[in-house]
Design a protein around this ligand. Structure first.
Ligand SMILES: NC(=O)c1ccc[n+]([C@@H]2O[C@H](COP(=O)([O-])OP(=O)(O)OC[C@H]3O[C@@H](n4cnc5c(N)ncnc54)[C@H](OP(=O)(O)O)[C@@H]3O)[C@@H](O)[C@H]2O)c1
Length: 275
């Protein structure tokens, strides 16, 4: 699979990751967990590593921790979770809970979810990185309205390794408002909601994939949507969520082969904008 370096260290990150919102918020029932185990196996066997979760996602951290432990797969994953509360003590307690739930002494990437109480948590994250409890620091949001604040923080606060933001064919504001800032400051970018929570598929339902999508190796709409985002060199990885092994296979294929060039990107935009 194609990889991109994390600018602050050069560590290679495979471009296709996995989101866990909703899909991994399930109970202990073996039949419900079986496809999720398969999704993780497919991701890791294809060379994928990035798994994104949060205490905001209900049982998703616990399910991710359980399923990785069952497959003894923790060392192959790059675990990203978040702090999502106010106050220093509550933040530290929540991050200790994540360590337990994910069954991982060291968290690869700890992110400040939706910038909640970010000044307080950034101070904690800097100390935790120093102490080796986390490997990277990140900030996240998902709305276009938050891009300006994300950009201000990236430009003004040293030591942030990752920014996670909403970026898709339907939400292109980051191309002008944030990706150049991230690139200029050497900060890795995780694109969340790259399929607009599944909404992108509704728009193209029943429509055949254009023939020219084959020129850059796309065999499905999902691959076209993900390759559109990955064609932006400032993007380090995408984290589409899925609980469906067939969808995971489909998404993984977007990490192979060519990416659209400038002319093809324009073709994709025109196709989308034509409705
Ligand atoms: N502020 C934040 O930090 C923040 C905010 C939003 C999201 N996130 C992160 O970003 C991740 C991704 O965002 P998201 O989950 O909101 O939305 P998304 O990844 O854009 O879309 C997920 C939806 O697309 C469907 N899907 C996935 N692959 C598919 C395929 N190949 N073909 C057809 N349908 C497919 C999934 O259904 P199936 O399960 O049926 O495949 C699911 O309904 C989240 O899970 C979370 O980890 C972070």
């Amino acid at each position: 699979m194609l990889t991109r370096p994390i600018p602050s260290t050069g560590e290679a990150i495979p471009v296709i990751g996995l989101g866990t919102w909703r899909a991994f918020d399930v109970g202990a029932d073996a039949a419900v967990r079986r496809p999720l185990r398969e999704v993780l196996r497919l991701l890791l066997d294809a060379g994928g590593r990035m798994i994104d979760t949060s205490p905001m996602y209900g049982r998703a951290e616990a399910v991710t921790g359980d399923l990785l432990a069952e497959q003894a797969a923790r060392p192959r994953a790059f675990l990203a979770t978040k702090v999502w509360t106010t106050g220093r003590e509550r933040g530290l307690e929540q991050m200790r809970d994540s360590v337990q739930l994910l069954r991982s002494e060291v968290i690869d990437l700890m992110q400040i979810h939706n910038l909640v109480d970010w000044r307080t948590h950034l101070a904690s994250l800097r100390r935790m990185k120093e102490a080796g409890q986390i490997r990277y620091i990140g900030i996240t949001h998902y709305t276009t309205g938050a891009l300006k604040e994300l950009a201000r923080i990236l430009a003004g606060e040293p030591g942030i390794d990752f920014v996670q933001l909403g970026y898709s064919l339907a939400t292109r504001a980051p191309e002008a408002e944030l990706l150049p800032v991230a690139a200029a400051h050497g900060i890795a970018v995780i694109a969340n909601q790259p399929l607009e929570r599944g909404d992108l598929f509704r728009r193209v339902r029943g429509r055949p994939l254009p023939e020219w999508a084959g020129e850059f190796g796309c065999e499905s709409w999902a691959q076209l949507f993900l390759k559109y985002v990955l064609a932006e060199p400032a993007v380090t990885c995408v984290i589409p969520a899925t609980g469906n092994p067939n969808h995971m296979k489909d998404n993984l294929a977007a990490g192979l082969g060519r990416l659209p060039d400038a002319r093809q990107l324009q073709q994709i935009r025109e196709l989308w904008d034509a409705g």
